[in-house]
Ligand binder design. Structure first.
Ligand SMILES: [Mg+2]
Length: 315
């Protein structure tokens, strides 16, 4: 396989990996890790319905807008989010509130809508990080641009610094996974992540990741430490590091998703973010057919990945 073919498979792996993680995590969202893993163990890790949630719907919107505008355009991306919005996909109340504001004031004022949430602080949820995959792909070789577009695309719905940094960190993890050779060293990637422009709260989490990775591997203990020290919640700070860990701790795509699910909590988003990094690293060839076949709109998501790859080559 040529380098370009491998790169294409990495783009497809990231997009489809995220959607697969989302669809697997959705039916067990809010479960304890034990209960979530038990449900899937009993069904041989087959998907329940293959239906994805807001995470994938918004990731699709980010990709569609980047492709249509050949780069970031805030007004267009906000409009794309509104066009794609399907209320049955489990959107968070904060994002739905932003959508109401955008419909009222118009998408040309996309910089303002998210700022009015939470008393002017903006949301620090993981809603910007969960959809950022296409940004990590398109700018995988340009960190400054990657950070800039991660921040800007976050601002449409999530204005808080921790949400924006979480999105940039997730995009950067995807980018590093795209850039690394399959089989490359994981700790090297963790060291590179520490060079991302993130504040001390995230830096502290990355140090915890390293500590837990160095533990002798007793899975229950590892899981307990991940839940208590990295988190399994809806805040970007308490879920992006967990997704990064789920990838770094495991050897292949399937195991990374299984680990993410076994942490419980915000499983659809954590598994989606894990699947994006893991899929980018291991390529689409490692995502089992029994997951891809069951995934809703599989071929459309693959086509978006192919178009992002084409756009990257033309830029
Ligand atoms: Mg969701």
């Amino acid at each position: 396989m040529t380098g370009d073919e491998i790169l294409l498979r990495k783009f497809e792996g990231a997009m489809l990996g995220a959607a697969v993680g989302d669809a697997i995590g959705a039916p067990v969202e809010g479960f304890s890790g034990e209960r979530a893993a038990r449900l899937y163990d009993e069904r041989g890790w087959k998907m329940v319905s293959g239906r994805y949630t807001d995470d994938t719907e918004m990731m699709i919107g980010v990709a569609e807008s980047l492709i249509a505008c050949r780069g970031f355009n805030g007004e267009h991306m906000a409009m794309q989010f509104l066009r794609n919005y399907d209320g049955s996909r489990g959107y968070g109340p904060g994002t739905e509130e932003v959508f109401r504001i955008l419909r009222r004031i118009g998408c040309q004022r996309w910089r303002e809508a998210s700022l009015s949430l939470f008393g002017g602080e903006g949301s620090y949820g993981n809603g910007a990080a969960m959809r950022v995959v296409p940004v990590g792909l398109l700018y995988h070789d340009d960190v400054n641009k990657l950070v800039e577009v991660s921040y800007e695309s976050s601002l449409i719905t999530h204005a808080h610094q921790l949400a924006k940094e979480g999105a940039a960190l997730q995009a950067y993890a995807v980018a590093l996974a795209v850039r690394s050779d399959t089989g490359g060293e994981r700790l090297k990637m963790l060291r590179a992540l520490k060079e991302a422009p993130i504040s001390s709260s995230y830096m502290e989490k990355l140090s915890r990741i390293e500590e837990i990775l160095r533990m002798e591997r007793h899975d229950d203990e590892v899981r307990k430490r991940v839940i208590s020290e990295l988190g399994n919640g809806i805040e970007a700070l308490n879920s992006v590091p967990t997704a990064i860990f789920s990838f770094l701790h495991t050897e292949n795509f399937v195991e990374s998703i299984k680990f993410a699910i076994s942490v419980g909590g915000d499983t659809d988003t954590i598994a989606a973010m894990t699947g994006a990094i893991s899929g980018a690293f291991h390529t689409v060839s490692e995502i089992p057919d029994y997951w891809l076949t069951d995934l809703e709109r599989q071929s459309y998501i693959r086509q978006l990945a192919d178009n992002l790859h084409k756009l990257w080559k033309e830029m």
